[in-house]
Design a protein around this ligand. Structure first.
Ligand SMILES: Cc1cc2nc3c(=O)[nH]c(=O)nc-3n(C[C@H](O)[C@H](O)[C@H](O)COP(=O)(O)O)c2cc1C
Length: 364
């Protein structure tokens, strides 16, 4: 099935507008009779946030925004799937076109702006599969015109904690004006206090739902000091590093497309995202695990993320360029790395290069 996709579907999808190609992919996943991927080697298992992940490779947020195909994605071999971003009320997002492929750079720029079917629709789907097994998280965001954005996050935590394996607080999308200001110290402290309080309140009936914080790779190191300090003091369960970047590396080849407004993802994001991951890792001092995201498109990039400090990884853009065969390729590369170092689990590699990465010249 995956081989068939690689040969037939990918060239066809690349001929379409990126957003149309994405809608079609979701439809195909929703009706394709995908066989379950082979069971994972025990050495790839990861325990984090109180959850048992069969392998460390996750589908990043934004692919399955409305939780239409989480089980199909698990069947492709992902160890977990992050659905969303969902907003409380349905909203359309920005006008199209709003997703651009940078083929020569193997990257993408998007300014979707939280297009979401809204909490009701997504909740219904997650509730319907809540007992199906597999780790399916939900990434939550505020409506663009919300009067009180923090109240949106609180409301979504209350609603989704009973049906999601974990909840990610997304305050790092560059495409909702002002959203990233929630990463500023005072605003973040208030947000996390109220979100964690809501989580504690619903834990009585929902159980202990881990709360993760997803940050932008564009924070200054002084801002990162504050964010990590607050995440630690408010006892979040983990952080995701990170979202797309509003910066444009100097070496991009698709110079015209690069001028489009929005967040850049894919291969050109790898150096910055990995540096911010390592900077986060050294500040967190083991207080909670990290998910490394941004530019993973090979086994080597996945291993580099883990060695920079990621207990788990996620990817999105590379699926567009490499197809789902990438998942098995990464697993094989991670197992080869374990065999090379005679290790029986990935834990010993996590953060092994973090200090060295933070000593390198800043990626430009
Ligand atoms: C088209 C597109 C839509 C995205 N939507 C979301 C989203 O709704 N919420 C979110 O937290 N991240 C979103 N992301 C960011 C990804 O989750 C990920 O952090 C980023 O793309 C870096 O990973 P990658 O280089 O593997 O794509 C989106 C990315 C893309 C390309």
């Amino acid at each position: 099935m995956i081989g068939l996709f690689e040969r037939l579907a990918r060239p066809f999808l690349h001929a379409l507008d990126p957003e149309d190609a994405h809608s079609l992919t979701i439809k195909m996943l929703a009706c394709a009779p995908l066989p379950r991927a082979a069971g994972d080697d025990k050495r790839l298992a990861v325990r984090a946030f109180g959850l048992n992940f069969p392998n460390p490779i996750g589908m990043a947020a934004g692919f399955d925004k409305n939780a239409e195909v989480p089980d199909a994605l698990l069947r492709l071999g992902f160890g977990f799937v992050e659905t969303g971003t969902v907003t409380p009320l349905p909203q359309r997002g920005n006008p199209r076109p709003r997703v651009f492929r940078l083929n020569a750079d193997r990257g993408a720029i998007n300014r979707l702006g939280f297009n979401s079917q809204g909490a009701e629709a997504v909740l219904r789907r997650l509730a319907a599969r809540a007992n199906a097994g597999g780790i399916v998280g939900i990434n939550i965001g505020a409506n663009k015109d919300a009067a009180d954005r923090v109240a949106d996050y609180v409301r979504l935590i209350e609603r989704f904690a009973p049906v999601a394996s974990y909840v990610t607080i997304n305050i790092s999308s560059p495409n909702t004006p002002g959203l990233r200001n929630l990463q500023q110290a005072e605003a973040l402290d208030d947000l996390l206090a109220r979100v964690i309080d809501a989580r504690e309140r619903v834990a009585r009936h929902a159980g202990p739902t881990p709360v993760l914080l997803k940050i932008a790779p564009d924070l200054s190191l002084a801002e990162l000091d504050d964010v990590v300090g607050i995440a630690r003091s408010r006892r979040v369960d983990g952080m995701i590093v990170g979202n797309t970047t509003v910066t444009r590396p100097a070496n991009l080849r698709e110079t015209k497309r690069a001028k489009e407004a929005g967040g850049l993802s894919g291969r050109p994001l790898l150096p910055l995202a990995t540096r911010m991951l390592a900077e986060t890792y050294v500040r967190v001092e083991g207080a909670f695990p990290l998910i490394g995201v941004g530019g993973i498109d090979s086994g080597a990039a996945a291993l580099a993320k883990i060695r920079a400090g990621a207990s788990l990884i996620q990817l999105y853009s590379a699926l567009v360029f490499c197809g789902p065969g990438l998942i098995a390729e990464i697993k094989a590369a991670l197992l080869a790395a374990l065999e090379r170092d005679r290790l029986d689990g990935l834990g010993e590699l996590v953060g092994a290069d973090a200090a060295a990465v933070t000593a390198e010249a800043w990626p430009g």
